[in-house]
Design a protein around this ligand. Structure first.
Ligand code: P6P
Length: 337
């Protein structure tokens, strides 16, 4: 089967909806454009003076790398100009952008939450980094956005995806009909279908967690990590430990090879470190659509009722059987405690 570009793939998907007006197609094209622009800068970051700190802190209080700012600017620019969005929320900004109130461009029905460049503290170390995006349709039909629009569950996402800027740049996304992966061919400037109908293997041989937090974990999580290290041929244990410290890179590895990623609550992050709206919900939607599983340990990530834009949640995500095993440990030890 010859090359199928992202544009061709999206058009084929749109053809299944006779009364589709192409709004969603335009939205994905805008995301693809911004991803290509970020790809270009990430791939020459070592050369340009773009490396190093911008000297400003973002709302997370983290040193803001210039590439962060660059990526944030280009995703906002592309998403505002496409005229299909009514709300844009970025990890880099305290408040979302309500386009129904302030845009010189046409306003549409899509709400986009995104982390423009996650793992950016790894840029100087040339470690893979990524963009994560989550797309909802507004619930209200027009006028100002209301709580009903902002409180939508992760299960109500119409699409979610990530871009991983690694040895190759890939765009992986779902619209609720399975998960597909596209690899950027820089020689033609197109994302080409490379991983049709991605499925996370139901089990894997690696676990991914920042073990330096071990002493802060619950008994259940500690017991699960011991379980990972035990010798058991039948379940390919002991698992290998793989932790890149870049969420998209750790998640993508598990998408391809199977495995589990855990960022449980710790003393430093009692609600977990990772963000619900633009990290955990999109990855949970992608994982479930690929046959995987995503939980806080007590409930599915996609069923959390959002309260505020930058809220955090514990995250356990990856191969279905491995995530279920952690849930079993949590159930066993919570009834015991
Ligand atoms: P820790 C990167 O800063 C990030 O937000 C995610 O990409 C990554 O999974 C996590 O934090 C790493 O956190 O505490 O293990 O360094």
């Amino acid at each position: 089967m010859g090359i199928q570009t992202l544009e061709q793939f999206i058009s084929k998907q749109q053809a299944q909806f006779p009364n589709a007006k192409g709004e969603f197609t335009h939205l994905l094209q805008a995301i693809s454009l911004a991803a290509k622009i970020v790809h270009r800068e990430v791939n020459k970051a070592g050369l340009a003076d773009i490396l190093g700190k911008q000297g400003k802190q973002n709302v997370q209080g983290e040193e803001q790398q210039k590439l962060d700012v660059f990526a944030d600017h280009h995703f906002i620019d592309a998403l505002e100009k496409v005229g299909e969005c009514c709300y844009l929320a970025s990890e880099e900004h305290e408040d979302g952008l309500d386009l129904t109130k302030q845009s010189i461009y046409p306003v549409g029905k899509y709400m986009v939450y995104f982390d423009p460049l996650d793992g950016s503290s790894n840029i100087d170390a040339n470690v893979s980094i990524g963009t994560i995006f989550s797309i909802y349709k507004r619930v209200t039909t027009d006028g100002p956005l209301t709580l009903e629009d902002f409180e939508q569950l992760g299960r109500q996402q119409v699409a979610a995806g990530y871009v991983i800027y690694g040895s190759s740049t890939m765009l992986v996304y779902t619209t609720g009909k399975g998960t597909n992966g596209f690899t950027l061919d820089p020689s033609i400037g197109e994302f080409c279908l490379s991983h049709p109908n991605l499925r996370i293997p139901s089990s894997g041989k690696t676990y991914s967690v920042n073990e330096s937090n071990y002493n802060q974990f619950s008994t259940a999580i500690k017991q699960y990590l011991q379980y990972c290290k035990e010798q058991d041929k039948e379940t390919s244990r002991p698992y290998s430990s793989r932790y890149i410290g870049s969420l998209v890179a750790d998640f993508h590895r598990n998408m391809i090879q199977g495995g589990i990623f855990l960022y449980p609550d710790t003393l430093a992050y009692p609600d977990g470190k990772l963000r619900l709206m633009y990290e955990c919900n999109p990855l949970a939607f992608i994982a479930e659509q690929a046959g995987g599983r995503a939980t806080t340990g007590l409930m599915p990530i996609l069923d959390i009722r959002p309260q505020e834009l930058h809220q955090r949640t514990p995250l356990i995500i990856g191969s279905d059987k491995m995530v279920k095993m952690v849930e079993w440990f949590i159930h066993e030890y919570s009834t015991a405690e």
